[in-house]
Design a protein around this ligand. Sequence first.
Ligand code: CA
Length: 255
Amino acid sequence: MGVDVGPGPGLISALWSGGTLRGCACGGWNLMRILIVEDEPKMAGLLRRGVAEAGGVVDVTDSGEDALWMAASTPYDVIVLDVMLPGIDGFETCRRLRDDEIWSPVLMLTARGEVEDRVAGLDGGADDYLIKPFAMAELLARLRSLARRGPQPRPAVIAVGDLRLDPAERRMWRGEHEIDLSATEFALMEAFMRRPGQVLTRLNLLEAGWDMDYDNRSNVIAVYIGYLRAKVDRPFGRSDIETVRGAGYRLRRYL
Ligand code: CA
């Protein structure tokens, strides 16, 4: 169900408070270049104005098909992708962008209550999502953050040592042995494998594995780390998921 609702009039005054969109990761103080893919004219107009007022350069299209060739010819700093589109939808557009090795950060726009859609979007190679309706200041903040991060190649299969993980197919292996993980375990393992050798805090892991309104219980991470070790490490006589006392956890990096 596509409830495309923009901010009401009361929010308009907040639209322009998000600062400017300058200083992209691609060097110097170039203007940020944003592609907006949105079929609702009102919403598209609102987004165009909001981003342009903040100093960004905006291209707008109403179709995923057009977004594919536009993104192939222009290195956008961020692509804003509505989920509900005529023709190929936002998820499929994002998957095809990644298949074409276009790594511009993607921010998905989704209607409230499409939480499963959020997961599908991130599996398809999206970097972040925002639920409609939203305040323009929030959108601009996300755009800045994604642009700072810059394009990140996402190989189809992530490998760390003899661990391999396929985000699109949701499969994981240790050597030749496939490991069966729950959705949450998989999300946590993916977070570890995308940043081998780095300490992930409890908050990093909560964000990776649970919805925004997760119940912030103190032991849920420790419990899930236990599950992961029981599946990924212990049967193979390994201890790759390390506890970093007072900081969090990390996946051992093999050089
Ligand atoms: Ca739409």
